[in-house]
Design a protein around this ligand. Structure first.
Ligand SMILES: [Zn+2]
Length: 90
C-alpha cells in the first residue's frame, strides 16, 4: 500500500484543485490540506510573523469502502504517480 496502511477499510479519495494530484487519505473530510502543494502550519514561526493560512485545496471526490477497493485505488493511484496510465478513472 502506498497512500494508506495495509488493511485500511475506508478512506477518502481526494483531488487537489490547485495541483490536480489525486490521493487517498484515511482522514475523511470534505476538504484537506493537499500533501503535495499544501503547507502544514509551521509551529516554529515567530510571534511577529504572519500566521500561515492552511489552504484546504484537496476536495473529497468519493469515499472508498472495503479493503479490496481501497487496495485497488491505492495501487492504481500509485501506478499513476510512478508513470502509469492516468486514464483509469472516468
Ligand atoms: Zn495540491
Amino acid at each position: 500500500m502506498y497512500f494508506v496502511p495495509d488493511g485500511t477499510e475506508r478512506c477518502g479519495f481526494y483531488e487537489c484543485a490547485d495541483c490536480d494530484n489525486r490521493f487517498l487519505d484515511t482522514r475523511i473530510a470534505p476538504t484537506l490540506v493537499c500533501p503535495y502543494c499544501g503547507k502544514e502550519v509551521d509551529m516554529e514561526i515567530g510571534p511577529d510573523e504572519e500566521m500561515p493560512v492552511q489552504r484546504e485545496s484537496a476536495k473529497l471526490i468519493e469515499m472508498i469502502e472495503g479493503t479490496e477497493n481501497v487496495e485497488k485505488y491505492d495501487t492504481l493511484l500509485s501506478l499513476a504517480i510512478t508513470g502509469g496510465d492516468f486514464n483509469w478513472i472516468d
